[in-house]
Design a protein around this ligand. Sequence first.
Ligand SMILES: NC(=O)C1=CN([C@@H]2O[C@H](COP(=O)(O)OP(=O)(O)OC[C@H]3O[C@@H](n4cnc5c(N)ncnc54)[C@H](OP(=O)(O)O)[C@@H]3O)[C@@H](O)[C@H]2O)C=CC1
Ligand SMILES: O=CCCC(=O)O
Length: 278
Amino acid sequence: MGSPMAQNLIKAGCDVTVWNRTKSKCDPLLSLGAKYKASPEEVASSCDITFAMLADPESAVDVACGKHGAANGLSPEKGYVDISTVDGPTSKSISRHIKATGALFLEAPVSGSKKPAEDGQLIFLTAGDSPLYEKAAPFLDIMGKSRFYLGEVGNGAAMKLVVNMIMGSMMASFSEGLLLSEKVGLDPSVLVEVISQGAISAPMFSMKGPSMVQALYPTAFPLKHQQKDLRLALGLAESVSQPTPIAAAANEQYKVAKSHGLGDKDFSAVMEAVRTKM
Ligand SMILES: NC(=O)C1=CN([C@@H]2O[C@H](COP(=O)(O)OP(=O)(O)OC[C@H]3O[C@@H](n4cnc5c(N)ncnc54)[C@H](OP(=O)(O)O)[C@@H]3O)[C@@H](O)[C@H]2O)C=CC1
Ligand SMILES: O=CCCC(=O)O
């Protein structure tokens, strides 16, 4: 996700400096004109705004607050925008570290996957310092098609987790439907077509259905990240005593799929956990 987002900034003429743990993944960006720094600290100290896109809460904390983390390079007037999908408590902790340097903080997780990231069509769910929201807006508009400002840090993370909780449950349910249709002698491709014309039509079903029918799961959104998001969403629900039995059942299926080595496949590969008693 970080790579196509950075590409769009570079192509729009922004002065972009990049870092990634696996340096070779920066090469396509460097050939487009990006500069490279050897640590998040050096990126933050050389840029006005630093955007971070990390896998999970642990890596988001490490890159922001760890040794040679971005916080070490920040100072007043600078801004740190964390686009990673994390839970509210993690985001608040990162915010405290960043703000202790005098810099501003915005959480800005995104809805939309690989293709929207490539096409600059992401949906930003932001919260935190509103002056940084205003300053970052022109860049968010290059990478995305819309942006929401949701107030206090934690609200962007919560919105993102609720959306992905619904998405994960929908995908598990869709998988069950595809498999059931096949078992009763229907053509699952026709089910995909029927769904696309009715009230439960969703771009996700139309885009992923045809390959799921062929048991193909080319990765757009890794299954391990969908399971992480369900886990974090269940934690959010627990924190306010909201029952979420459907999401909890879906999470079990993603856990099974992950434990069978499907974590790096697209999250639609949850169908393999539903298909067989893995
Ligand atoms: N893919 C999608 O469709 C979407 C993903 N998201 C969210 O965006 C985030 C990124 O997703 P995505 O790009 O798909 O994930 P990837 O797994 O493809 O990339 C994860 C990134 O995090 C880095 N990373 C992981 N662990 C560490 C660590 N310990 N220290 C430093 N860097 C680390 C990786 O570095 P390295 O290259 O070295 O492994 C890589 O740059 C996740 O939070 C995900 O939930 C949100 C919307 C859509
Ligand atoms: O977090 C991943 C979201 C994927 C999507 O919105 O299609």
